[in-house]
Design a protein around this ligand. Sequence first.
Ligand code: FAD
Length: 289
Amino acid sequence: MIPPAFEYLRPNTIPEAIALLQQYGEDAKILSGGQSLIPMMKLRLARPAYLVDINRIPGLSYIKEEADFLKIGGSTREAELEGSPLIRSKYPIILDTVQVIADPQVRNLATVGGNLAHGDPANDHPATMLALGAQVVATGPQGERVIPIDHFFLSLFTTALEPDEILTEIRIPAAVARSGGAYFKLERKVGDFATAAVAAQVTVDDKGIAQKVGIGLTNVGPTPIRATRAEDFLRGKKLDQPSMTEASQLAAQESQPSTDLRGPAEYKRALVKELARRALRHALERAGR
Ligand SMILES: Cc1cc2nc3c(=O)[nH]c(=O)nc-3n(C[C@H](O)[C@H](O)[C@H](O)COP(=O)(O)OP(=O)(O)OC[C@H]3O[C@@H](n4cnc5c(N)ncnc54)[C@H](O)[C@@H]3O)c2cc1C
């Protein structure tokens, strides 16, 4: 299907892009990788009159460690994350996540900023960013503001971004010793969105006691969900099979799945329990390496 007609705008700088977003307000949409927006336009689920293409703005694509953070530019493509030696060696939870997003063709274009800004609870990065305790940098007419990821996903397809703001950077606390994470997803077939998925990130002390725990859930609610009760239960406890099993049960209780073509709600809740158990176990293994 062909999308409805629109005006195509191609700013060369962030201020130019913001000025266009201010000028056209709710009638404008940012075009990044186009892998969510264009399908929605084809299906007539979105009808922006103006597309503001930010792909030619320099300096929005990078992966670097700086000042205690891993910083990822908003326009960084999934394929760049996948090929990054830094991600591969120090942030395997992000590599787990990227590798189960769609297929290589989509990943060549899709951006991590677009994945978060779209506000789709079925997307994979949000749960991982919740588990990692990330921050989102939004750049608008007033300059930059930093949004903790816990305050970013407001409701279905709605984030804390204002219509005239661009997601320019994601900041993730830099990997520390004895920390590790993992992302486990069940999909009906390769390239599909998750039936359910779980991200887990842990930091333990030298006795295996959990100092930090982050658990994020994909596609089991109207927004990506942080399993705070499961996290609270584990913090300060030894991460062993009984404690991780109990936490997985809590995470399943915190999920809010609905019955749809991917399966009944009860099945998805049971999946969350199993995927959480596996993600926690794998995260702990990685923390020990
Ligand atoms: C066949 C297929 C399978 C897919 N499977 C998966 C999957 O399994 N898991 C998964 O996570 N995703 C999946 N996706 C979605 C894909 O990852 C999307 O590309 C991604 O969610 C959006 O990124 P994008 O750069 O393409 O954004 P776009 O499509 O360009 O934009 C999406 C939305 O975000 C806004 N936006 C984009 N960038 C910014 C920015 N920097 N600042 C502010 N707003 C912005 C746009 O205005 C738009 O509203 C799939 C897509 C396809 C086509």
